[in-house]
Write a protein that binds this ligand. Structure first.
Ligand code: CTP
Length: 404
């Protein structure tokens, strides 16, 4: 199950060379579980065929031939009324102008006029056309009418020129559609802070101490909170993972930097989910210059790194907005005893305990086997599941605290 499951999305494709990328978008949406009805304009049909889209969506692709068919009188209204979202990608300057002025001379523009669902557009045109006062006035009209724009992006265009007018890449359009679908979720209007990955404690200017945390579980939690409609601050060390579209990514390296970022974000947060594997120890005296072999084997003295959750527990009284704090316990033995003692000592509402000694779950793999322990003594054992699903379950439990 994803936020796309069972959602009905109309994908309008217009006459731009970026139409070939729309096939990738249609495929991605379908793979995520959405029902995708594609409408091609006559211009789009010059670039790409209905068969391409039918092959990736498994559904009929509509063209203007259907506009003049026997079902035409109900087709456009039916399509526009059944949909959760209408997204036009790529959207040419011509279709943009028609939308702004209420023209309805293609099945797509008629459907847009009849639609009672949210509409998103991803423009694609030459930079000069996008910047033209006529197009800019149309954009303004449509924005004022509540239509959401995804891009356009800067870059090289089909003309060979560079500028602002390229269609945003399908993965980013997908992320924006995801955000659009989440807008009325149970955490709408709430702010969640999620930490992810490990930390890096410097030894000298080139070396540091870190751990094997991949950041996958934390990034999945940030996505799950976004899917529930929350505004999300994602605090992480550089993991190489792409942050979910819509998350405010704050990159940190050390435990101290993570603590500072968490304390700042918690001022306005309704929930904190600490999935990061924060260092417990840091190097007492970081060398100013690179340690050299010729100076012999260094003796590195460690000292305690700040404990983020214990510090949050001390500040929590001053943050009436913060309704739920979720911790993680990655243990290789005595899972429940250790997790329970962290739940109590760090004054958590909920702790997600996972056994990292199992080879099929935990660090750096895609699955997790989690037991949830609550401050009131309840516990819940979740089966082995992908980190994305575990994230959805944890955010759903955290949302219950916020809704109380
Ligand atoms: N944590 C933290 N600050 C630290 C270390 C951990 O806020 N310096 C948080 C983690 O993000 C996690 C929870 O505390 O949510 C438990 O982390 P874990 O490493 O399992 O526990 P520790 O308290 O570090 O205890 P130990 O490593 O001895 O098991």
């Amino acid at each position: 199950m994803t936020i796309f499951s069972g959602k009905h999305i109309i994908l309008g494709v217009t006459g731009s060379i970026a139409a070939y990328k729309a096939a990738d978008l249609a495929s991605k949406l379908t793979q995520q579980g959405a029902e995708v009805d594609v409408i091609l304009t006559p211009g789009a049909e010059k670039f790409i065929t209905p068969l391409t889209f039918q092959s990736v969506t498994g559904r009929k692709t509509y063209t203007d031939a259907d506009l003049w068919g026997g079902q035409a009188h109900i087709l456009h209204v039916g399509l526009g009324h059944e949909a959760d979202l209408l997204v036009i990608a790529p959207c040419t300057a011509n279709t943009l102008a028609k939308l702004a002025h209420g023209l309805s001379d293609t099945l797509l523009t008629i459907t847009a006029l009849a639609a009672n669902c949210p509409i998103m557009v991803a423009p694609a045109m030459d930079a000069g056309m996008y910047e033209h006062p006529a197009t800019q006035a149309n954009v303004k009209t449509l924005v004022e009418r509540g239509i959401r724009f995804i891009g356009p992006a800067e870059g090289r265009m089909a003309s060979g020129l560079s500028g602002r007018g390229r269609m945003v890449e399908p993965a980013e359009i997908l992320g924006n559609i995801r955000l659009g679908l989440a807008r009325k979720g149970r955490l709408a209007g709430r702010h969640f802070v999620v930490t992810a990955g490990g930390t890096q404690e410097p030894i000298d200017p080139v070396r540091y101490i870190t751990n094997r945390s991949s950041g996958k579980q934390g990034f999945a939690l940030a996505q799950a909170a976004l899917d529930a409609g929350a505004a999300v601050t994602l605090i992480s060390h550089p993991t190489g993972l792409t942050a979910p579209v819509g998350a405010n990514l704050v990159e940190v390296r050390t435990a101290q930097e993570m603590l500072d970022a968490v304390l700042a974000a918690c001022e306005t947060a309704d929930g904190l989910v600490m999935a990061a594997a924060v260092a417990d120890f840091r190097v007492k005296a970081v060398a100013k210059h690179k340690l050299k072999k010729r100076d012999g084997i260094p003796q590195i003295e460690l000292t305690a790194a700040p404990d983020v959750l214990s510090t949050v527990a001390r500040h929590r009284g001053g943050w009436s907005n913060l309704k739920v704090v979720v911790g993680f316990a990655a243990e290789s033995r005595d899972l429940l005893e250790n997790a329970t003692s962290k739940l109590t000592s760090k004054k958590l509402d909920l702790i997600a305990a996972n056994d990292i000694s199992a080879s099929d779950a935990g660090f750096a793999v895609d699955d997790n086997r989690i037991t949830l322990l609550y401050a009131d003594g309840r516990h819940e054992i979740l089966p082995l599941m992908p980190k994305t699903e575990a994230a959805g379950a944890i955010i759903a439990r955290a949302a219950e605290f916020v809704e109380r």
